[in-house]
Design a protein around this ligand. Sequence first.
Ligand SMILES: Cc1cc2nc3c(=O)[nH]c(=O)nc-3n(C[C@H](O)[C@H](O)[C@H](O)COP(=O)(O)O)c2cc1C
Length: 179
Amino acid sequence: MKRQINPFDYAGDICKALPKGILLTTKRGEEINSMTIGWGTMGVDWSLPMFIVYVRESRYTKQLLEENGEFTINVPMGEVDKNILSICGTKSGRDMNKIEELGLHLEEPMSVSVPGIKELPLTLECKVLYKQQQDLSAIPQKILDRYYPVEDDTLHPGSDRDYHICYYGQILKAYIIED
Ligand SMILES: Cc1cc2nc3c(=O)[nH]c(=O)nc-3n(C[C@H](O)[C@H](O)[C@H](O)COP(=O)(O)O)c2cc1C
């Protein structure tokens, strides 16, 4: 069962959950994939409620988002099995089916093709309205050095020149999955 909510009533909960990790779930055909995200922005753009995600070029999630510009945001409420955020944040959907491996329970969506996840019940259904590749010339050097090291690939393996794309998802529905 879903209890529909005003997403902005939960903006604080969502933003506080982000540093520990929430999930970004995508779907292509019958394939469903979740990845952990620690960055996200919630607000209003073009007078529409929006959730922006920041996805590196190398993520499998990027491929799915490019092919089906719909996603759900899945936020824990209370305790969550840390293994979920850990596996979804370190393993790629290219190599395994994370949903099956973790035994996650899916919730039928209302307005998009991508399901919610019962274990992370606070759900935003989003449709990509706009995307933006980062303008590297506008990023402060300190941040370039920290997050996009060109010479030194040891601190953040695989992040060398692996920039983020911002996907602006219009929030179409927001709800909490309840039993
Ligand atoms: C706490 C945490 C936060 C993360 N935040 C992001 C993020 O905001 N953007 C991103 O591109 N990757 C982020 N990652 C890394 C992805 O979750 C990770 O590379 C994942 O394996 C990608 O899965 P995929 O290849 O199935 O898309 C984060 C990982 C963790 C553990």
